[in-house]
Ligand binder design. Structure first.
Ligand code: ADP
Ligand code: MG
Ligand code: MG
Length: 890
C-alpha cells in the first residue's frame, strides 16, 4: 500500500525526497522537542501522481481525513468548528528550497460562522476578520485563480478611504467589509462563490498547492537552479498559530519573524533577523510594514527571545550548520514554523566553515565540502563597498560576476560609439540578441530586464568575462525613449550606474570599489584574520588532500610567475602563437611567402633567437617545474592580413592608377591559396609541422637552446614538448623523430644533454579512440577539451554560442554549455576510453587536461574520477582548481 500522508511525528530530515525540505525539517524539529504546531505532510509522490494523472490519487482524501481527525482530537477542536474553530495552514514545500515560488494558504477553516466563533474565542474581533480576509484573498487568488492585484487594489482603495497608512489602520468593521468586497470580487471574476465548507477548502487548497509546482515563476526558478521538473512538491497541513492577535508582549499579543543563527551575508556568528510585531508570517517577507531588527524582540518580549535563542542554538548544533528559521509568537508562546540549512553568500560560506570547524562542530573535511570554486572565484573579483552605496536601485540574477561602473546605454550602436570615444558604458536591454554582440563587447557590463542565468545575455557575458545582471524584473526598459524606470525613478541614457554581477544588484551612480582581499592574499600571501584566513585554511586543507595536480595555461614569464604565486605546479599549456605576432608577423609572412628553402630558412632563422628568449623567460619563471610547450597550432593564414581587407586595399590602389606592390600581390596570392572554408578542421596543429619544412625543427631548437641556456645559468628547466591535433599515431611518430634529431643535435653542439618528454594532445575523437596506439609514441597525454568538445559535438565554438546556445539552453537540450562544463556522457566517455587504453599501452602514462574545463568547478571532480594526473587552467582559475581538486578527493 502506498502511503501518502505522514504526521510530523513520523518524519525526519532524511526524508526530504518524500516529504519535501520543509516537511522533513518540521518533522525533525518536532522530534527534537521544539515547539512546532502539530500537523502532517502529504508526500511529493502524491503530487507527482496528481500532476501526471490530473486527478487526486486514490485513497489520498481518506488518508487526509483520518489524519485530520487525529489532529482534531489532539487540538480538542474541529476544523472550522463554529464556536472555536481549528484553523490550518496548507503549505508547499519541495525537496529543494524554492523560496516564495509556490503557494501557501493560511487560515483554512474560516467561514461566515467560524469567523464569529473565532472572534468570540479569541476575544478579538479585529483579529478574526483580519484572518478571514487573508483566507479569502489567498484562496481566491491561489485556488480560484483571481488576479491577486485585484485584491490588493480593493484593499488599497479601502485604506485610502480610511486614511490608513497600513493594514493596522483598518478596524474590525473595515475588515468585515473587505471580506464582503473580496467575496463579490471572486463571484464576479469566477462565477463561483467562496466555498464555505472547511473540508472543501482544505481539499482544494491541497490540490492548488500541487498545481503551484507548475506555475511559471516556479518553472523559471527551477530552470535557473537546475532543479528537475519531475520532483513535485509536498504539502504541509499544519495547525495555525497567530502572531496577529495584538502588539507583542501584551499577554494577548505576538508577532512573526525570520532569523538566522549567523549572519548569512558575512558569516559572523550571532543571531540575525527581522521581527514584525502583530503580524502573520507572510507579512514579514511581503514587506507590507517595516520590520524591526531581531534584537528589538529582546526588549519587547525578553522571555520569548531567550527561548528563541535556545532553540536556534539547538538547531545549529543539530544541523551543524547555519540554520534559518521562521517563527511566530502567539500570546507570548513561541512557535517554530520552519527551519532549513540557510543559503549564504560566498564570504559567509568560507567564514562559517572555518568557524564551525574551530568550534569543533564539523571536521576540516566537512568544512571543505561546504565551500566551492564558484564561491571562491566570486571572492577574487573587486566588489562594491556596499556600506557606501545605500539602497540598490534594482535586483536581478547574478549572471556573470564582477563589479562594473558605466553610463547606461540602450542599444548596441550607442554602446560602441561611446566606448569608442573612451567612455565606460553599461548596455541595458530588455533582453539581448546576437545583434547586440558588438555592444556587449564594448560595454563594461550588461543589464537585462528579462531572462535567467541561461539567457543569451548571461551565456555570452560569461563567455566574455563581462559583468552581467539579467532578469532584473523591476526595471522597465524603454529603448525608444532611451531610458529605464524602476518604479518612479527614471534613469536616462548617459546616467552612470553600477552593476554588481556577483550579487545581482544595480546601484545609482558610481559605487566605490574595494579590491578583493582574497585576491591580494593569493598575490602577496597577506593573510588577515576573518574571511581571508578562512579562505587560506580551506586552500591549505584542499592542498593537503587533493590527488590531482594543478598547472596553469600561461604563455609569458609574467603569467607564469603569477600562476606560480597562485599555486600552479607547472605549466600545462604554453601556447606559442603570440610569439609569432607583433613585429614578428613580418618574419612569419616571409616564411610563408618563401619561394626557396634558403628564403624560408632565413625567416625561420630570424625567428629562432626571439622564440628562444621567450622560452628562457618562461622556464626561468617556472624553474624546477614542468613547462609543457605546445608546438604551433593555428592555421598559418591567421598570421596573414585579412583576405577582404587586402583585396580592398589593392583594388583601391588600382583605382588610383597604382599597381599593387609585389609584396601585396604575393600576399594576396598566398592568402587566396591558403583560404579555408573550415579552418578549425583545416591545415593546423600537427599537420602544419608535417607540411611546412623546418617549422617543427625551428621551434624545438628554440626550446632546446633555451633549456641549455637555463642549465648553464644554474637553473632546473623542465620543458616538455606537446604536439597538437593528432589523429593517428603515425603523425606523432614522424614529428617525434624530427624532435629527437634536433634535441640530439643541440645536445651535441652545446655539450649540455637535453632531453624533453614528447607527448600529444588528445583533442580529436579519433585520437581518443586510438589512444592505445598513440600512447606507444607519446610520453604524455593532455586532453584539449575545447577542440575535443567542438569535434565531438560538431559545434564550432566561435559560432554556436551566439547563434543558438541560448535557445538550446532555454529548451533544456542541455543545462549548461558543454564548453563551460565537460559533457560527461559524450566527451567524458572519450576521455575515459583514452585514459584506459593509453595507460594499458603505457603504464603510468602521465595525463592532464588543458582546456577551459580544467578550471571549471563542475568539471574538476570528473577529471579526478577519470584518474587524470593534473588539470591546467588560466592562472586566475588555479586557486579554484586547487580547491575543487581537494573537494573531489574527500
Ligand atoms: P514559503 O515556502 O513561501 O516560505 P511557507 O509555507 O513558509 O511559505 O508559508 C509562508 C508563511 O506563512 C510563513 O512564513 C509562516 O509565517 C506563515 N505560516 C505558515 N504556516 C503557519 C502556521 N501554521 N501558523 C502561522 N503561520 C503560518
Ligand atoms: Mg517559509
Ligand atoms: Mg586545440
Amino acid at each position: 500500500m502506498v502511503r501518502y500522508v505522514y504526521a510530523f511525528t513520523e518524519g525526519g530530515r532524511d526524508m526530504a525526497g518524500l516529504l519535501g525540505g520543509k516537511g522533513a525539517n518540521l518533522a525533525e524539529m518536532t522530534r527534537l522537542g521544539l515547539p512546532v504546531p502539530p500537523g502532517f505532510t502529504v508526500t511529493t509522490e502524491a503530487c507527482r501522481s496528481f500532476l501526471t494523472t490530473g486527478s487526486e490519487p486514490a485513497g489520498l482524501a481518506r488518508e487526509i481525513s483520518d489524519r485530520l481527525t487525529l489532529l482534531e482530537q489532539v487540538a480538542g477542536r474541529r476544523l472550522g468548528q463554529p464556536d472555536d474553530p481549528l484553523l490550518l495552514s496548507v503549505r508547499s514545500g519541495a525537496r529543494f528550497s524554492m523560496p516564495g515560488m509556490m503557494e501557501t494558504i493560511l487560515d483554512v477553516g474560516l467561514n461566515e460562522d467560524s469567523v464569529l466563533g473565532l472572534a468570540k474565542s479569541s476575544g478579538n474581533e479585529r483579529f478574526a476578520w483580519d484572518s478571514y480576509r487573508r483566507l479569502v484573498q489567498m484562496f481566491g487568488s491561489t485556488v480560484m485563480g483571481v488576479d491577486s492585484a485585484l485584491f490588493e487594489s480593493t484593499m488599497a482603495r479601502l485604506k485610502q478611504a480610511r486614511g490608513a497608512v497600513d493594514d493596522l489602520g483598518l478596524d474590525a468593521a473595515d475588515l468585515a467589509g473587505l471580506v464582503e468586497a473580496y467575496k463579490e470580487l471572486i463571484h464576479r471574476e469566477t462565477g463561483e462563490s467562496f466555498p464555505q465548507s472547511p473540508a472543501e477548502q482544505l481539499q482544494r487548497a491541497v490540490l492548488a498547492v500541487f498545481r503551484s509546482w507548475n506555475v511559471e515563476r516556479a518553472r523559471v526558478y527551477r530552470r535557473r537552479e537546475h532543479i528537475p521538473d519531475g520532483l513535485g512538491t509536498a504539502v504541509n497541513v499544519q495547525t495555525m498559530v497567530f502572531g496577529n492577535l495584538g502588539p507583542t508582549a501584551t499577554s494577548r499579543g505576538g508577532g512573526s519573524g525570520v532569523a538566522f543563527t549567523r549572519d548569512p551575508a558575512t558569516g559572523r556568528s550571532g543571531l540575525y533577523g527581522d521581527y514584525l510585531p502583530n503580524a502573520q508570517g507572510e507579512d514579514v517577507v511581503a514587506g507590507i510594514r517595516n520590520t524591526v531588527p531581531l534584537d528589538e524582540l529582546g526588549r519587547l518580549d525578553p522571555d520569548a527571545f531567550t527561548r528563541l535563542r535556545g532553540h536556534m542554538a539547538t538547531l545549529e548544533a543539530h544541523y551543524r550548520d547555519l540554520c534559518d528559521i521562521e517563527f511566530t509568537i502567539e500570546r507570548g508562546t513561541l512557535w517554530m514554523l520552519q527551519t532549513r540549512v540557510g543559503k549564504r553568500t560566498a564570504e559567509a560560506a568560507f567564514t562559517i566553515a572555518a568557524e564551525l570547524a574551530d568550534e569543533g562542530l564539523i571536521t576540516s573535511d566537512e568544512g571543505l565540502a561546504r565551500v566551492g570554486g564558484d564561491e571562491l572565484a566570486r571572492l577574487m573579483f573587486p566588489r562594491f563597498d556596499t556600506s557606501a552605496v545605500g539602497e540598490a536601485l534594482a535586483h536581478g540574477i547574478p549572471a556573470s560576476p564582477g563589479a562594473a561602473v558605466g553610463a547606461a546605454v540602450f542599444d548596441s550602436a550607442e554602446a560602441v560609439r561611446r566606448a569608442g570615444a573612451g567612455e565606460r558604458v553599461v548596455l541595458v536591454r530588455e533582453e539581448t540578441t546576437p545583434d547586440d554582440l558588438p555592444g556587449m563587447v564594448a560595454a563594461q557590463a550588461v543589464l537585462t530586464g528579462r531572462g535567467g542565468k541561461t539567457s543569451h545575455a548571461a551565456v555570452v557575458a560569461r563567455g566574455m568575462g563581462k559583468v552581467c545582471v539579467c532578469g532584473a524584473e523591476e526595471i522597465a526598459v524603454d529603448p525608444r525613449g532611451r531610458r529605464f524606470a524602476v518604479g518612479d525613478t527614471v534613469v536616462e541614457e548617459g546616467t552612470v550606474i553600477s552593476v554588481d554581477g556577483s550579487e545581482g544588484t544595480v546601484y545609482w551612480g558610481a559605487a566605490p570599489l574595494i579590491d578583493s582581499t582574497v585576491m591580494r592574499y593569493f598575490e602577496t600571501g597577506e593573510r588577515p584574520a576573518g574571511l581571508v584566513d578562512a579562505v587560506a585554511r580551506a586552500m591549505g586543507h584542499a592542498d593537503g588532500v587533493r590527488r590531482l595536480g594543478v598547472r596553469a595555461n600561461a604563455d609569458t614569464p609574467e603569467d607564469a610567475a603569477r600562476a606560480r604565486r597562485f599555486g600552479a605546479e607547472g605549466i600545462g599549456l604554453c601556447r606559442t602563437e603570440h610569439m609569432f605576432l607583433g613585429d614578428r608577423r613580418q618574419l612569419v609572412e616571409a616564411m610563408i611567402l618563401a619561394r626557396t628553402d634558403t628564403e624560408r630558412e632565413g625567416a625561420l632563422g630570424a625567428l629562432l633567437p626571439l622564440q628562444r628568449q621567450d622560452f628562457a623567460g618562461i622556464l626561468e619563471a617556472m624553474d624546477g617545474l614542468p613547462v609543457t610547450v605546445r608546438l604551433l597550432d593555428p592555421p598559418l593564414h591567421e598570421f596573414l592580413p585579412d583576405r577582404t581587407e587586402l583585396a580592398v586595399r589593392i583594388a583601391a590602389a588600382e583605382a588610383h592608377g597604382n599597381p599593387p606592390s609585389t609584396h601585396d600581390a604575393e600576399l594576396l596570392e598566398a592568402v587566396n591559396r591558403m583560404h579555408e572554408e573550415n579552418p578549425m578542421l583545416g591545415l593546423r596543429g600537427v599537420r602544419l609541422g608535417l607540411v611546412v619544412p623546418g617549422l617543427v625543427a625551428m621551434q624545438v631548437r628554440a626550446i632546446a637552446e633555451a633549456v641549455v641556456e637555463r642549465k648553464r645559468a644554474g637553473g632546473d628547466p623542465r620543458a616538455e614538448i606537446m604536439v597538437p591535433l593528432i589523429d593517428t599515431a603515425e603523425e606523432l611518430r614522424l614529428v617525434r623523430e624530427e624532435v629527437e634529431q634536433v634535441l640530439a643535435a643541440v645536445s651535441k653542439e652545446s655539450g649540455v644533454p637535453v632531453t624533453c618528454p614528447v607527448g600529444t594532445m588528445i583533442e580529436l575523437p579519433r585520437a581518443a579512440l586510438t589512444a592505445g596506439r598513440i600512447a606507444e609514441e607519446a610520453q604524455f597525454f593532455s586532453f584539449g577539451t575545447n577542440d575535443l568538445t567542438q569535434t565531438t559535438w560538431g559545434f564550432s565554438r566561435d559560432d554556436v554560442e551566439a547563434a543558438f546556445f541560448s535557445a538550446y539552453l532555454d529548451k533544456g537540450i542541455f543545462k549548461v554549455s558543454p564548453f563551460e562544463t565537460i559533457d560527461r556522457d559524450g566527451v567524458g566517455r572519450l576521455v575515459e576510453i583514452a585514459v584506459a587504453e593509453g595507460r594499458a599501452a603505457r603504464p603510468g602514462l602521465k595525463i592532464g587536461v588543458c582546456g577551459e574545463h580544467g578550471g571549471d568547478p563542475e568539471s574538476v571532480p570528473f577529471f579526478h574520477a577519470a584518474g587524470l594526473d593534473y588539470v591546467s587552467c588560466s592562472p586566475f582559475r588555479v586557486p579554484v582548481a586547487r580547491l575543487e581538486a581537494g573537494r573531489a578527493a574527500l
